[in-house]
Ligand binder design. Structure first.
Ligand SMILES: *[C@@H]1O[C@H](CO)[C@@H](O)[C@H](O)[C@H]1NC(C)=O
Ligand SMILES: *[C@@H]1O[C@H](CO)[C@@H](O)[C@H](O)[C@H]1NC(C)=O
Length: 462
């Protein structure tokens, strides 16, 4: 049997820094070190046209998830189940398809704008595909910034709370066309064979020229087979994108794979106007592409499809035997079948060939932890790029990564105890708890000033 993920089962002490609802983790001392062959670091260099070229691979490939020894007394999650990115960097991947927001800004028709926003909301979670590596939990006060002139945005984020873990972010278009902000509180639940992450928190997109604001929450994300079998990722749940100027909305249903895997990765939904009239149907897969089509064409197509369908079902039922051991990922069925008359809203970029040996990262993800020469002098010392554990893992030094991770967590615990002793409160630096003007709910609001680069009195967290 395969009990690689057993450590997840062990409840942790109250002092633990990384426990959520029965899911526990710390560090694992005896993870074997595989001295992975180093790849040449192709760092960012300014090109002749002034546009920066970002690195397209990591310094070292993934270390095999394989162990010789176990130390079960130390309740820990082996670092080999991580990926060398902080959760703050992982959520920055929402910005990979920023061109969809730019497209929304440029549309004069409001339904077309909503379509582009819906495509952006789906594309924002597409990087999760096959990414079973767990990002590092950000330390309290950790920050991450990303400036992408060619995509026209800058982003800043901060870990604003540790218990519960809350990450706040704020992005803005460099030409002032949009702001995109939110706070994410990934609430994990342990379901025996799987871990489910509920992405609590609201995401807000404001299209400034159009005086429009849209809000939504991400779908649930589930990692299957944490005890045995092959890890795989499913996203499901309803995502409602609301236009707060009118109350018009787009409803997107991320389908769970179902008994026979027929709906694996499927997303279906519609845009309705304020009189609740459906204006268009949106469909596709979050791993592949999204299309839109008018509701009439869609219904007609569904009816004609149903006629030829009843035979198929019998065969599928016989294959769907219950399996007590592992919930294997159903085979990915045909690609999205396009209804004639549909418009393509978004298609995923293919991942680079070396992605498979690099945590299944996209090109965008490969570049996120790159410390470009010259950055050290500019970035605040709290930036994720300076985290020694992530850096060590990125370089394939699993032993150092594991030790550093443990040290940072211990340092964080000690700092918390010290604050408690002095009756000091932690104060966040770039975000403050406030009210989201559109939803009326509590939200973390950017207080500004990060890019003035005045970084005095930063906490020493590494
Ligand atoms: C990457 O994707 C492959 C193919 O689906 C999968 O077998 C593997 O476990 C994934 N690796 C990671 C680190 O998630
Ligand atoms: C959103 O609200 C604005 C402002 O009232 C309105 O003009 C627009 O039509 C709405 N957009 C959608 C997609 O419903």
């Amino acid at each position: 049997s395969n009990f690689q993920h057993l450590s997840l089962l062990f409840p942790k002490g109250l002092d633990s820094d990384e426990s959520y609802e029965g899911v526990s983790e710390a560090s694992f001392k005896d993870a074997l070190v595989f001295d992975s062959s180093r790849q040449k670091n192709n760092g960012s260099v300014p090109q002749e046209n002034g546009i920066k070229k970002h690195r397209t691979s990591l310094p070292a490939p993934i270390t095999e998830r394989c162990y010789a020894t176990w130390e079960l007394s130390k309740i820990t999650m082996p670092i080999v189940f991580n990926e060398p990115l902080s959760f703050l960097q992982r959520i920055t991947e929402y910005m990979e398809h920023t061109y969809l927001i730019n497209r929304a800004c440029s549309m004069s028709d409001s339904i077309e704008r909503m379509q582009a926003v819906a495509a952006f909301a789906v594309s924002a979670v597409a990087s999760q595909w096959d990414r079973t590596g767990k990002p590092f939990n950000p330390l309290l006060g950790e920050t991450y910034e990303l400036i992408r002139e060619e995509q026209g945005f800058r982003w800043v984020s901060e870990q604003v709370s540790h218990h519960p873990p809350v990450s706040a972010f704020h992005a803005e278009n460099l030409a002032g066309d949009f702001v995109f902000h939110g706070s994410i509180y990934p609430k994990l639940k342990f379901w025996g064979k799987s871990v489910e992450a509920e992405p609590k928190g609201t995401i807000t997109l404001e299209l400034l020229k159009h005086n429009e604001a849209y809000t939504w929450s991400n779908p649930y994300c589930c990692v299957h087979n944490i005890i045995l079998g092959k890890l795989w990722i499913e996203q499901y749940g309803t995502v409602e994108i609301v236009n707060h100027s009118t109350g018009d909305k787009c409803v997107l249903n991320f389908k769970s794979c179902g008994m026979f895997g027929k709906d694996l990765h499927k997303v279906e939904g519609y845009i309705q106007d304020k009189s609740k009239k459906k204006r268009c149907i949106i469909y596709g897969k979050w791993t592949e592409c999204m299309w839109s089509v008018d509701p009439h064409t869609y219904e007609t197509h569904k009816k004609s499809e149903k006629k030829g369908d009843s035979k198929k079902h019998k065969n599928e039922e016989q294959q769907g035997a219950e399996n007590d051991d592992a919930d294997d990922m159903p085979e990915v069925q045909e690609t999205v079948s396009v209804i004639p008359g549909s418009t393509l809203l978004w298609r995923i970029d293919s991942r680079p060939a070396h992605s498979a040996t690099m945590y299944n990262f996209t090109n965008f993800a490969m570049s996120l932890n790159e410390l470009v020469p010259g950055m050290e002098a500019i970035l605040p010392s709290t930036d994720c790029r300076f985290r020694p554990d992530i850096k060590a893992m990125e370089n394939g030094n699993m032993d150092d990564a594991s030790k550093d991770k443990e040290r940072l967590e211990e340092k964080q615990r000690a700092a918390r105890k010290e604050r408690a002793r002095n009756q000091e409160e932690w104060s966040t630096r770039w975000f403050q708890m406030g009210t989201n003007p559109y939803t009326g709910n509590q939200d973390w609001i950017y207080t500004g000033g990060y890019f003035n680069r005045n970084y005095q009195d930063l906490p020493d967290i590494y």
